[in-house]
Design a protein around this ligand. Structure first.
Ligand SMILES: [Zn+2]
Length: 367
C-alpha cells in the first residue's frame, strides 16, 4: 500500500473554509459531489466514532484535541474574515456580565451558529456567561454527533473540543469544554460548560468525560427495515472533518488505523445487511450505500479471482479528502463485507481516476 500523503490540517481547514464561504455568500459553493449531492446519512460516521470509542478509550481525548486545535485555528481566521479585530475581547475580565452576554451572543449568532449549521452539525445556542469565573454555558440541539446513539453519560467529544476551540479563539486563551447533558444519554439537547482548564469543576468533569466512556456503537435497528429508518443527514464536510480528526491522532499509523476502523465499521454494516436483506449480496451492498447517500458502487467479479469495486462519490476521496489517503477506511469496510459474503480476499490497491474523482478498489485472493 502507498504511504499516506494526507495533510490532515489542510483537509480540515478546507472544510471550515467551505462552510465559511457558504455563510458569507449566503449561498453554497458548488456541491462537492455533482451526482450524489453533499448530504449523507449520519449512520456510517456514527458507527465509525462508536467503534473507535469502544475499541480504544483513549480515542475520546484524541478526537477532542484534534477538534479543539482545528476549531481554534479556523475560528480565529473566520473572525478576521468577518472584520473582527484580534483584540475584540480585550480586557474581557473587566467586562460586566451584561456586556459579555450580549457581545458573545451576537458573535455566536452571526458566525458560529451559522458555521455549524452549514455543516448540518446541530443548532448552537449561547445560554449564559459568568465573567468573574470565566464560565460559559451553551446548548446544542439536534446534535449530529450523538443523535440516535445510546450512551450512559455523554458522547460528544468532537463537539466539546470544537466549542472549547471556538470560545478559546474568541477570548484568545486556552479553555476546556465539558459536556454536562447529552441527547445520547436521554437529554432533550446536549449542553456544555466551558471554562479555564485549571478550574476545579471543569478539570474533574473533563477527566471523567474522557475516561469513563460507555457508548453503544450504534443502534443497529435504525436501519433494520426501510420503514424503520430515522433519517438524519449531515453535510459531507462534517463527516470529512470528523474522520480527519478521528483518524489523524496518530499520523504514522494513519493507513493502518484507517483500514482497521473501516473493517470494524464493515462488520457492523454487514450485520445490518443480514437482518435487513437476509444476506450480503452485491445488490444489497450497493443498495445500502446508495440509501445512505454514501456512494455509488459496482462490484465487478468478471476478473475473478480478483474483485474490483468501482466507487463514485466516496466521502473519503472527494473534495477536502481528494488525495485518497483516507480511502483505506473504505477498503477496510468493503473487505469486511466481501469476506462476510464468502469471498476470501484481501485489499490490494487503489486506482484513482483523477478527472472524475472515482476510485477503484482492487481485492486479491487471500494467500
Ligand atoms: Zn451529546
Amino acid at each position: 500500500m502507498n504511504q499516506p500523503t494526507v495533510n490532515h490540517d489542510r483537509a480540515v481547514d478546507l472544510v471550515w473554509a467551505r462552510s465559511l464561504e457558504k455563510i458569507m455568500k449566503g449561498e453554497g459553493p458548488a456541491a462537492v459531489r455533482s451526482q450524489l449531492g453533499d448530504e449523507i446519512d449520519s449512520f456510517i460516521p456514527q458507527v465509525a466514532t462508536g467503534v473507535l470509542l469502544s475499541a480504544n478509550p483513549a480515542f475520546a481525548r484524541i478526537l477532542y484535541t484534534s477538534a479543539y486545535v482545528a476549531a481554534k485555528r479556523n475560528s480565529f481566521f473566520a473572525m478576521r474574515r468577518l472584520g473582527m479585530p484580534s483584540d475584540f475581547f480585550w480586557k474581557f475580565d473587566m467586562w460586566s456580565d451584561e456586556k459579555a452576554q450580549s457581545t458573545i451572543s451576537k458573535v455566536v449568532e452571526r458566525l458560529f451558529k451559522q458555521l455549524l449549521h452549514a455543516g448540518r452539525q446541530g443548532l448552537l445556542e449561547f445560554l449564559k456567561v459568568d465573567v468573574p469565573a470565566t464560565r460559559f454555558e451553551i446548548a446544542f440541539s439536534d446534535c449530529a454527533e450523538c443523535h440516535g446513539m445510546i450512551a450512559e453519560r455523554t458522547a460528544c467529544n468532537f463537539h466539546a473540543g470544537t466549542f472549547a476551540g471556538i470560545f478559546g479563539a474568541m477570548l484568545d486563551r486556552d479553555l476546556d469544554c465539558v459536556e454536562t447533558a447529552c441527547i445520547a444519554a436521554g437529554a432533550e439537547r446536549c449542553t456544555f460548560s466551558i471554562g479555564l482548564p485549571n478550574n476545579r469543576d471543569i478539570a474533574v468533569m473533563f477527566d471523567k468525560n474522557m475516561t469513563d466512556i460507555n457508548v453503544t456503537p450504534i443502534p443497529i435497528g435504525r436501519l433494520d427495515t426501510s420503514s424503520n429508518i430515522e433519517r438524519r443527514t449531515i453535510d459531507i464536510g462534517y463527516y470529512q472533518q470528523l474522520l480527519s480528526s478521528a483518524i489523524s491522532g496518530n499520523l504514522s499509523t494513519l493507513e493502518r488505523t484507517c483500514f482497521d476502523t473501516g473493517t470494524m465499521v464493515g462488520n457492523q454494516l454487514g450485520e445490518v445487511l443480514k437482518s435487513r436483506f437476509g444476506g450480503i449480496t452485491n445488490e444489497s451492498v450497493s443498495a445500502i450505500y446508495r440509501e445512505l447517500r454514501y456512494l455509488d458502487l459496482t462490484i465487478d467479479l468478471s476478473s475473478k479471482p480478483d474483485i474490483t469495486i468501482s466507487t463514485s462519490g466516496a466521502p473519503e476521496a472527494t473534495g477536502a479528502l481528494a488525495d485518497t489517503a483516507f480511502v483505506p477506511f473504505l477498503a477496510g469496510e468493503l473487505q469486511s463485507l466481501l469476506n462476510m459474503a464468502g469471498h476470501k480476499v484481501n485489499f490490494s490497491r487503489i486506482e484513482k481516476h483523477s478527472e472524475t474523482q472515482n476510485v477503484d478498489l482492487i481485492f486479491v485472493p487471500e494467500v
